[in-house]
Design a protein around this ligand. Structure first.
Ligand code: NAD
Length: 324
């Protein structure tokens, strides 16, 4: 039978990932800080969303309760580590990873020798390296395995994992990640998965802003947005942001821009990733002028009511700055 897996962080991404492990026959022991607050909210009579666009972590946890039949609920990351030697974490940012691994009821407090700890959160590469050092001290292996692909890819087991791990651990890492993704790429030693991820997201942010301002200018020059997108996508301006995830409402179906920028990849999370890229650029003295400007634009958006909207709302934000 398949190995028991510990899963910490059952949010927009982790909820789906955990479910795919269950589908593959892995018994799960899970922990998230949300269940308590969810019970409280429920008692107060809050309504839980039902549309796929409203996949808040609370909703997913509700679904998990029914779909993840047989998953054991743990009361702390430490309890997860005492029950299994294979653990996956999917948390918002560096601070949460520090808490979950090295906090007072953290994984490293009870980790079993020989355990494999896989962190799929997007965090600072230096924090991944720090967690790997701490893990080595207690006889466990920590690897970073951030993902690309959004919530739908998580649901459909179509994620790409970028893995930073010792060579000898990669086979075992790939074996489990294959059940949640379609590509598992070994990037090098611990921290290099994060490096690949934050480089990708810096380019994504730059190309999204570029697409948004291009579309806005073209529309103001009298071009139909669908026609302009079509021309860009058969020309040298073509990119993922124009072709697959166009930020202008109505150009594509089934993307956040055509659903009031709900769901998808939040502007606050993109801002976090751009901050990580800027930290890395500072540490390596690399000039990243457009990465820096993108960080500031997404920071402005995050502070102006766009934090929870998909990052393609850069188009809406720019439109608001148009001369009236
Ligand atoms: P999320 O906020 O929806 O989920 C994070 C979960 O972690 C929440 O359920 C939260 O309650 C839980 N959590 C926080 N602190 C905890 C703790 N101390 N112990 C246990 N659980 C805790 O975030 P998400 O969208 O699932 O993203 C997770 C990570 O993946 C982020 O680093 C993000 O940048 C990255 N990512 C997201 C996407 C996307 O499209 N959403 C795509 C690629 C990568």
């Amino acid at each position: 039978s398949s190995a028991k897996v510990g899963f910490v962080g059952l949010g927009n991404m982790g909820g789906h990932m955990a479910r795919n492990l269950m589908k593959n026959g892995h018994p799960l022991i899970v922990f998230d800080t949300v269940p308590d607050s969810m019970q409280a909210i429920k008692k107060e009579g809050a309504t839980l969303a039902s549309s796929p666009q409203e996949v808040a972590s609370t909703v997913l946890l509700e679904q998990l309760a029914s779909v993840l039949t047989g998953a054991t609920l743990a009361s702390s990351p430490q309890e997860v580590a005492s029950q299994t030697n294979l653990i996956i974490t999917m948390l918002p940012a560096s601070q949460h990873v520090l808490d979950v691994y090295t906090g007072s009821s953290g994984i490293l407090g009870s980790v079993q020798k020989g355990s494999l700890l896989i962190d799929s959160s997007t965090i600072d590469p230096s924090v991944s390296q720090q967690m790997a050092e701490e893990s080595t001290k207690v006889g466990a292996t920590f690897v970073d395995a951030p993902v690309s692909g959004g919530v739908n890819a998580a649901r459909d087991a179509g994620l790409t994992f970028m893995v930073g791990s010792p060579d000898q651990s990669f086979g075992k890492v790939k074996e489990i990640l294959d059940k949640m993704g379609k590509n598992v790429v070994h990037c090098g030693s611990v921290g290099t998965g994060q490096a690949a991820k934050i480089c990708n997201n810096m380019l994504l942010a730059i190309s999204m802003i570029g697409t948004a301002e291009t579309m806005n200018l073209g529309m103001k020059l009298g071009l139909d947005p669908k026609l302009l997108a079509k021309i860009l996508n058969m020309s040298s301006g073509r990119c993922w942001s124009s072709e697959v995830y166009n930020p202008v409402p109505g150009v594509l179906d089934g993307v956040p821009s055509s659903n009031d920028y709900q769901g998808g990849f939040g502007t606050a999370l993109m801002t976090k990733d751009l901050g990580l890229a800027q930290n890395a650029a500072t540490a390596t003295q690399s000039p990243t002028p457009l990465g820096s400007l993108s960080h500031q634009l997404y920071r402005l958006m995050t502070n102006s009511g766009y934090a929870g909207k998909d990052f393609s709302s850069a188009f809406q934000f720019l439109k608001q700055q148009d001369k009236k």
